[in-house]
Design a protein around this ligand. Structure first.
Ligand code: CP
Length: 322
């Protein structure tokens, strides 16, 4: 990120646009606040009044199951009012520009926009144009960033492994087209893990990979040796130009995570996936549904992490004291 638009003059979060530009203290603070919210599902009354009177607008220009739903639930658990902007039935199809859409939604007194867009940089663009009292959270922009996904992944890893320092983490698959992988790599390195490995065919690893502070592997078996955490990614065909792969079947033969391949990792290694999963393409069902999989826990933890980010950004930090 060229300018650190996301911090205010005191160095606190005003927007969350990318992991880039955030310090270890910022990430740890979000994870610590999320811990206090993670206890709420076990209570009879799951709501807290931290964002009562605030308006959160979900502005999703691209499909989503997990992110949109958990942002909505997180905002409601914080007692905010939520507007779900449905792009398919909006005036965008009548030629309204992004900026004009934004101005109209701002006129409805939104305090926070949660933005997903197919173009990299869309969330930054919106953050540059919102009114001074309004904040923006990037819920995934093109190939660029998906910071709340990376944060919920870090929360999941910390819950299972405690300390980040000794960990070896492997990210497997289509790194080239993955905003999730870029954000995860930055978060893991900021939190000080021992090693981040990226594993995949040449066509799916980014040209700038080595500058990201990772070790590259093209062979899945050797890349998985002694790792503590395995993060599988789907093939993001909607962002691929041309044929980068022979076939899904052949991809699974080379890069699919099976029980046999999982044995290469440490015996207590966990298996993660941001979803949506493609069974039989990047992951076997026996692994996705097996005892080492924490894939559905990631989804649940996403609620607490998104509550933490929203409450921090809107300056209502009482959740950690409850
Ligand atoms: N992980 C993730 O971003 O999933 P959705 O596309 O369903 O939000």
């Amino acid at each position: 990120m060229r300018e650190n638009l996301q911090l205010n003059e005191a160095g606190e979060l005003r927007h969350l646009l990318s992991i880039e530009g955030l310090k270890r203290e910022h990430l740890e603070r979000i994870l610590d606040i999320a811990e206090s919210f993670a206890v709420l599902p076990g209570r009879q009354v799951k709501k807290v009044p931290l964002l009562r009177g605030r308006i959160v607008t979900n502005l999703f220009f691209e499909n989503s199951t997990r992110t949109r739903t958990t942002f909505e639930l997180a905002a409601k658990l914080l007692s905010a009012d939520v507007i779900n902007f449905n792009v398919s039935v909006s005036a965008t199809s009548k030629g309204e520009t992004l900026l004009d859409t934004l101005r109209n939604l701002e006129a409805m007194h939104s305090d926070l926009f949660v933005v997903r867009h197919q173009h990299s940089g869309a969330a930054h663009f919106i953050a540059r144009h919102v009114a001074p009292g309004v904040s923006v959270i990037n819920a995934g922009d093109g190939w660029h960033a998906h910071p709340t996904q990376a944060l919920l992944d870090m929360f999941t890893i910390r819950r299972h492994k405690g300390d980040f320092t000794p960990l070896r983490v492997a990210i497997v698959g289509d790194i080239q087209h993955s905003r999730v992988a870029r954000s995860q790599i930055m978060a893991l390195n900021t939190l000080g893990v021992t090693e981040v490995r990226i594993i995949g065919p040449c066509t799916l690893l980014p040209a700038e990979a080595r500058s990201l502070g990772v070790h590259l592997y093209h062979d899945l078996e050797s890349g998985l040796e002694e790792v503590d955490v395995i993060i599988m990614l789907r093939l993001q065909r909607e962002r691929m130009e041309g044929a980068l792969l022979p076939s899904a079947h052949e991809y699974f033969q080379l890069y699919g995570l099976t029980e046999a391949r999982l044995k290469r990792a440490r015996p207590d290694a966990i298996v993660m996936h941001p979803g949506p999963i493609n069974r039989g393409v990047e992951i076997a069902s026996e692994v996705a549904d097996g005892p080492r999989s924490v894939i559905l826990q990631q989804v649940s933890y996403g609620i607490a992490v998104r509550m933490a980010v929203m409450s921090l950004i809107l300056g209502a930090r009482g959740g950690e004291n409850e």
